[in-house]
Design a protein around this ligand. Structure first.
Ligand SMILES: [Zn+2]
Length: 191
């Protein structure tokens, strides 16, 4: 299945969000569905300085998906970046913590100098579909110094409609990556 959202009809490849757009993702997986008690734990990891949760999440992810990552032949792990002002405000980027823990468990290099958020955006959950699209336009950029690798793994905390991951994947593909995969802690349910 394309983005990993559970669907009513399991023979379907695409959820309703993925069907509506051209996808730049080859495939992706999430650890858990975004339902209790997952959202509270992700919230604390993201906003309440529970950086240590990163290790726990990464371990669980690798228990479930280490073989999958092997099959994807991932060469570099890239965390979904925050805008530098937001990162400064929060003190850390939860996706970076997660990526580093996964990197430590797999031995795959983690690159924090490749993908950047060059435009400040508002949280996607506050916007409707149209607003979400515009919000992320031009939000990401890839460093001109990056020498593209064939298979890249994007890491983020939550996959909701997938707009964030898709926009990040788009610039990585344009920069020369052939396959962009993703892993997240949680994912919304498909309809
Ligand atoms: Zn989907």
């Amino acid at each position: 299945m394309h983005c990993g959202k559970p669907l009513e009809d399991e023979t379907e490849e695409y959820c309703s969000d993925c069907r509506k757009r051209k996808s730049y993702i080859t495939q992706g997986k999430a650890l858990w569905l975004h339902r209790d008690p997952v959202p509270a734990a992700v919230y604390r990891f993201k906003y309440k300085n529970r950086r240590s949760y990163g290790k726990v999440f990464a371990r669980e992810m690798m228990e479930q998906y280490e073989k999958q990552i092997g099959r994807w032949r991932v060469r570099e792990i890239i965390p979904v970046p925050l805008h530098r002002s937001k990162r400064r405000e929060r003190g850390y980027n939860q996706a970076e913590i997660l990526a580093e823990e996964i990197g430590a468990l797999t031995g795959i290099p983690v690159r924090k100098d490749v993908l950047f958020r060059i435009r400040k955006t508002v949280p996607q959950k506050k916007l409707d579909t149209e607003g979400r699209k515009k919000n992320l336009q031009g939000a990401f950029a890839v460093s001109g110094k990056w020498r593209p690798v064939k298979n890249v793994l994007l890491v983020d905390d939550i996959y909701t409609t997938g707009s964030t991951v898709e926009h990040a994947a788009k610039v990585l593909r344009k920069a020369g990556a052939e396959n962009v995969y993703f892993l997240t802690i949680s994912i919304g349910q498909g309809i």
